[in-house]
Design a protein around this ligand. Structure first.
Ligand code: ATP
Length: 428
């Protein structure tokens, strides 16, 4: 019984669940929490992505819930599902459904069904449990497919033999959950996975869906573990024949994990790093520009993922040459400020064993990243200087002075600006 766990949820989430229960009775439907949240409940992990399955008209229920709270409500017509948005969390609501695959790898065709059938279409036993939200057995676990035992034993198991061929993206999902929780695939499941791969399952999937699965892996806490497992089980030929990761390259991915961790810890107020771009850049490193562009187009990589992969390929050696010795801050700034954050972080991971490179890159991040002037062109005007095109040079000099002297205030900048502008006019 998980009533106690439900009681521990934040009060606004709890209230919505209770209200859902009351509404379901009114509408004479049965409702259940399903999927990842049930798994995470049992594991004691925080998860507020609420998925509710309705035996009955899910859209009608979702509509009633949205109405009750005057909350934002969005229908997704193609799958008969809807999302209700609350402050800080959302509830995805679906009618219990059965899926059939017109051909392997295709998107499924959907018909209405029962909870039991809804659960068997899911990827793994650990994701196929439900918690009742109905009055008679509120908080009761429904576990038709022995998910609880698998969760306890640390096992990833598919629910039927065609699972990986029906939907080969589950191959990546299996690896992701395995590595996230430190689980292992059941022997039978692993065999099915390998056999699906041997039959060319990955060729039946839209490549952009594969990109999405890889992107999800790169959002995990330790993406390098997934990368290693993909290398061992699948290889990267599906991406490009040249992507082959030796132990040296696998170390790069471990260093990327560590770099992201250090960055987030050391610079909590800095921009969020695009991890997907970082790890895609790692995979695409052996490719030339043309090949990066081909892979990016085929797999639908996002703009920043493509930009970072290209920039890394172009810049990482140059950045090494600049950062391997002593370097003055102005030059460091001049070279590095033109690159996206992810390129800097990539180099930090790539040259992880080189203390000087790492020291310079950290110094850049700590002291120079995002440095800009507080004064503007109009300040020159206020100081009595007339319009003049060549002032951009003055501002560049001022920025360099700011870096050298570590100006903090606008006053310091203004004082220096006046001096530099006078010098500039005198020399003209
Ligand atoms: P995460 O913690 O990564 O969000 P999740 O289990 O919540 O994991 P989602 O991708 O949000 O994963 O999917 C929600 C649920 O939908 C899963 O728990 C699973 O039951 C089901 N599901 C998702 N993708 C598939 C799939 N490809 N095949 C079968 N079932 C799936």
């Amino acid at each position: 019984m998980f009533v106690k766990k439900i009681e521990k949820l934040p009060s606004n989430v709890k209230r919505v669940l209770k209200r859902s229960s009351v509404l379901s009775r009114k509408l004479d439907v049965a409702i259940y929490l399903v999927g990842g949240i049930v798994r995470d409940f049992i594991l004691g992990r925080d998860n507020f992505d609420l998925d509710i399955v309705v035996e009955g008209d899910g859209l009608k229920f979702a509509h009633a819930l949205g109405e009750h709270y005057k909350a934002d409500f969005r229908k997704h017509h193609s799958f008969g599902t809807a999302t209700v948005y609350f402050k800080g969390f959302k509830v995805d609501i679906a009618t219990a459904r059965r899926e059939s695959y017109p051909h392997p790898g295709a998107l499924p065709v959907i018909t209405r069904s029962t909870l039991k059938e809804d659960l068997i279409r899911r990827d793994f036993s650990i994701n196929a449990m439900a918690l009742s939200l109905n009055r008679d057995d509120y908080g009761g676990l429904i576990d038709y497919y022995k998910g609880y035992t698998d969760l306890r034993d640390g096992i990833i198991r598919v629910l039927h033999d065609r699972s990986f061929t029906d939907d080969p993206t589950r191959i990546f999902r299996a690896i992701r959950f395995e590595q996230r929780f430190g689980f292992r695939m059941r022997r039978g499941t692993l065999k099915l996975l390998k056999s699906a791969l041997a039959k060319g399952a990955l060729k039946t999937v839209n490549e952009q869906r594969l990109r999405d699965e890889l992107a999800l892996m790169f959002e995990e806490e330790h993406p390098s573990r997934c990368v290693k497992r993909v290398q061992a089980l699948i290889g990267w030929r599906f991406l490009n024949a040249q992507v082959r990761l030796s132990s040296k390259e696998l170390a790069l991915f471990r260093h990327l994990d560590e770099t992201v961790r250090v960055y987030q810890k050391s610079f909590p107020h800095y921009p969020k790093v695009d991890r997907r771009a970082l790890y895609f850049a790692g995979l695409l490193l052996p490719l030339d520009v043309k090949e990066v562009l081909t892979v990016s187009a085929r797999f639908g990589l996002r703009k920043n993922e493509r930009t970072v992969a290209l920039a890394v390929g172009k810049a990482y050696r140059k950045i090494y040459r600049v950062c391997r010795g002593r370097i003055d801050p102005v030059r460091l700034y001049t070279v590095l400020s033109g690159y996206p954050l992810e390129v800097i972080l990539f180099c930090y991971a790539y040259y992880y064993r080189n203390r000087t490179v790492k020291k310079n890159l950290l110094f850049y991040l700590d002291k120079l990243f995002g440095v800009s002037l507080k004064v503007r062109g109009r300040d020159l005007k206020k100081l009595g200087f007339g319009p003049e095109r060549s002032y951009s040079k003055v501002f560049t000099k001022l920025l360099h002075k700011k870096i050298e002297k570590d100006f903090r205030s606008r006053r310091e900048e203004l004082k220096e600006l006046k001096k530099l502008a006078k010098d500039h006019l005198r020399k003209k």
